[in-house]
Design a protein around this ligand. Sequence first.
Ligand SMILES: [Zn+2]
Length: 496
Amino acid sequence: MVNRPPHRRQSGQAVLFILLGLVALVFFMIFIADLHRIIQRKDQAQNAGDAAALAAARWQGSTLNLVGEMNLMHILALAVPDDQAIGAITGMQARLCFTGPLAGLLAAQVAAKNNHIYVNEGMTSLLTEHVADIRNNYSVDFGNGMVFPEPWPGAWTEYADMITQIAEDGIAAGPDNMRTFDLDSDHILLDKAFYDAVNGYGWCWFFRHAYGLLRNYNSFHDWPPLPENESQNYANSEIFGLGLQPYTLPLKQIFTPDEAAALVNNYGFPNGQISPGALATNGVSDRIETWYYYRTDEWGAWSRIKSEGDDDFPITGPVRKQYDVAGADAVVRVGATVQRMSTNAGRTDSVVWSAAAKPFGYFDTDLGQESVTASSYLVLPAFRNVRLIPVDAATGSENSSADADWVRHIRGHLKNYLEHGTCVSGCKYCQTLAFWDKNPSITVAETTTDAQGNRKQTTVSKPFRQIGIDWLNEFSASCRQSSGGSGHGGGTRRGH
Ligand SMILES: [Zn+2]
């Protein structure tokens, strides 16, 4: 018999279709499960990152309040005057500038881990390597003082010990706006945005930040050398620093005895009432003392939150005057991974989330709410809450100090590149530099108009940097629009 009865064949086909349908359904369900897990992991990373940034900023805010209270206690002790108390107060302030931010680092780890983010080996080893750097290099004395002057004797060892304790438990939320003493600089090769601009044909970035570079660059010899120990700010933790500065000056240059006494008395220390007379007599207001101030270069207007030109990011409209102060903030980076079961089974997707938060404060005055620096840069207790802020509006967010690939590039590869033009294979940032130096010819589409006025679409081949020069000659006006990028898709880092 050649043919089976028709109904047998049909039922056989039906079974086959049902089987195929089932297989498709199983794959579809695994795919949905994958998608669900990726989305869930992303949510977890986002929650963890936000919680970690807020936890760190909360410590920044309360530490600033403590440093401010101690400025008031200092006035109180000066009224006696009690030299031992004064010494203890200023010594404690110096330490708080490190212990407070590092307590924030610890709190950020707890927050991230409570939100199901695991220890990140790359971030942990970055911090461990940095601790070794602090121990081995920071307090080296070449006969003319230490490489980085210590804010109190033995500070760098204590600082390294504190970070070690945190790193030993593993880092889950990496400090992403760290400002290390040796690389606090505005060298273009230390700016990640340059690499993004090269890779993404972000000509507008060049237009805004380095117009001459496209035109005048010839070879790696043209780069300025990396700065040597630019930072003068050793009073603050490199991680989540508070941006404070101890100044030595007499109290009378800050407040009149009446003002100083009113500040202390209004603050309401228990048993802490002083009379203006105590500060006016015996020359106590003339004594040279150490007071903790907001650094003017860090606590100025919060320009990063405001628009540049017509570029309306991160916010439109004015910032309320009491909040228009930059200063301390915390940026953290968390990473999570998901293993796929469906397409590309076994492949690991990684999710990275950066979040930034900042403590906010103000004074209630007769004129309404005033910013913490409105009347004086002396630190006083004024911080009330913390908020998430756009990453781009945070200080030092461009450092990406928790990004292991980036940090290895700027610390490990740049020096050799600047001396010999050599690149490290396997480093994407080095690859970008090699591409930039090679300046290869690239074929791009161009619209030309012939003598008869007919527009024609052609392709031309020209060096990479020349493409940028030509593009900006024609379209640089569009760089002022909020789109911010070129036709090739920007290269600017927005928000998260
Ligand atoms: Zn590199």
